[in-house]
Design a protein around this ligand. Structure first.
Ligand code: F6R
Length: 260
């Protein structure tokens, strides 16, 4: 795992965007795994800027989103469909038919989840999965005690996640209790992972993710088992890391490091 500590949110977002650019330069028809929430907003802003000002091309890209709330229609202002359209898809040139987001309104969740997994496999798997992390250490909506080999499925959200996400809704009671989410096992199959976090509210989750034991109590810790995972954090999210100096030392020494 590589930990990339940037001074602030903007610098973190730009460093993360550079990884997406590197992947697209190597593979213009890459399959990208997308995340929603506050954390990747700066990343999407930068990617949109690169598309508009520097001709970053998404025309051959395919995307799979991590999750969606159960019960929210695609046009609901808090649905992840709406979020992705508003903050990213409406501003770049990804063909509509290449965009895959879990359905929050299917009449048959097990069949939909199986189809979603199959579709990822048919597209050759995810090349780069973008991840945020919940304050309880979840990735996607894999809440504490989710199996580390779980696949796309329905999950009940934790009280902490419902509290955290209530800020996006008018009333806490409006936050859906269920979500459809990629599993930890699904996520770990992506060829590359990039997890982003900013702010002190994420400091505990980041310390557990990077330096804690691999445990289903903090599903983000499962990325320790991935051979190509990068963690992008700002100084606040890095504030509880015990080996912060070491991660900065590695990052600064990187330009002179032997090529692998
Ligand atoms: C959203 C997702 C979630 C969020 C996490 C952090 O697609 O997968 O795991 O990444 O809840 O959310 P924010 O970024 O709003 O703090």
């Amino acid at each position: 795992m590589e930990v990339i500590i940037q001074p602030d949110y903007e610098a973190m977002s730009k460093a993360a965007a550079q990884l997406v650019v590197d992947v697209l330069n190597t593979k213009p028809n890459a399959v990208l795994g997308m995340a929603t929430g506050s954390t990747p907003l700066g990343l999407y802003l930068e990617l949109v800027r690169l598309h508009k000002e520097e001709e970053l091309d998404f025309s051959r890209v395919t995307t799979f989103n991590l999750d969606e709330y159960v019960g929210l229609t695609v046009n609901h202002p808090q649905s992840y469909h709406h979020f992705m359209n508003k903050h990213f898809f409406e501003h770049v040139n990804i063909p509509r038919h290449n965009i895959n987001i879990p359905s929050g309104t299917t009449s048959n969740y097990p069949a939909f989840c199986a189809w979603f997994e199959q579709r990822i496999a048919e597209c050759g798997g995810i090349d780069l999965q973008i991840l945020g992390v919940g304050s309880d250490g979840h990735i996607a909506f894999n809440e504490p005690t989710s199996s580390l080999s779980s696949r796309t499925r329905l999950k009940t959200l934790s009280k902490q996640t419902i509290d955290d996400n209530a800020r996006f809704f008018d009333r806490r009671e409006e936050v859906p209790i269920y979500a459809i989410t990629m599993g930890v096992g699904t996520i770990l199959e992506a060829k590359k992972l990039m997890l982003m976090a900013s702010g002190t509210a994420k400091a505990w989750a980041i310390a557990q993710t990077v330096e804690g034991p691999v445990t289903s109590m903090v599903t983000a810790s499962a990325i320790q088992m991935h051979p190509d995972a990068k963690v992008f954090v700002d100084a606040e999210a890095a504030s509880e890391l015990r080996h912060r100096d070491y991660y900065e030392f590695i990052y600064n020494a990187k330009p002179g490091a032997p090529r692998t």
